[in-house]
Design a binder for this molecule. Structure first.
Ligand code: SAM
Length: 194
């Protein structure tokens, strides 16, 4: 992750903004049951999800142990939320473990983000939902990441939809905002047919 983004994710303004961002991103989706956040950083968004709904069983993972340490502290007051270290491209969970997977501004940090989406599809239960947002490829986003040489691969406009289809997730809501620079997405794993 870029140093600039890292500092921003750890900042007080971002923690304050997390509530609004979460609401804006999930577009009215009501989270229930077992929820996984991938790339949850220092836990600001996970804490907001835990605060808003005490009935969730929330697990947050992040690749970076420093972020996980910070997230554990932040989530300590919520007995229904936990943070652990893990890689979104090799999720340490059994198939069909979660009702929801959420992802806030993290996929572009995963160079093989298609693999992370395949993992999301694997760990979702039938009927489960994947929702979140990310940056799309733009000059500004490229500049920020290239400037400090952080590993990244921005999502080209139109590249997300075929990947969802490939792993058999149905796109139920894709919205581009800020002149196409931000993508909010909601996808569903088909329920088992009876
Ligand atoms: C820009 S931060 C976003 C953090 C948080 N979602 C938020 O909105 O505050 C991106 C996070 O993704 C994490 N990350 C990057 N690659 C990852 C991977 N392969 N698996 C899990 N987490 C990863 C980084 O460590 C970082 O904490």
């Amino acid at each position: 992750m870029s140093a600039l983004e890292g500092a921003f994710c750890r900042s007080a303004p971002w923690r304050l903004a997390a509530r609004r961002v979460v609401r804006w991103v999930i577009q009215g989706v009501s989270l229930t049951g077992d929820v996984l956040e991938i790339g949850g950083g220092n836990g600001a968004t996970a804490a907001e999800l835990a605060r808003a709904n005490a009935s969730l069983r929330l697990t947050m993972i992040d690749y970076d142990p420093v972020m996980v340490g910070a997230a554990r502290k932040r989530l300590a007051e919520y007995s229904h939320a936990a943070a652990r270290q893990g890689d979104a491209t090799q999720l340490p969970f059994d198939d069909e473990t979660f009702d929801f997977v959420v992802s806030f501004l993290m996929l572009h940090h995963v160079v093989d983000w298609e693999k992370a989406i395949a993992e999301v599809a694997r760990v979702l239960r039938p009927g489960g939902i994947f929702t979140g947002y990310d940056l799309t490829a733009s000059r500004a986003a490229s500049w920020v990441h290239l400037a400090d040489r952080s590993p990244h691969r921005l999502i080209e406009r139109g590249a997300f939809e075929p990947v969802l289809a490939q792993v058999r997730l149905d796109a139920v809501g894709l919205r581009y905002s800020f002149g196409g620079r931000v993508l909010r997405f909601t996808a569903r794993k088909p329920a088992l047919s009876t």
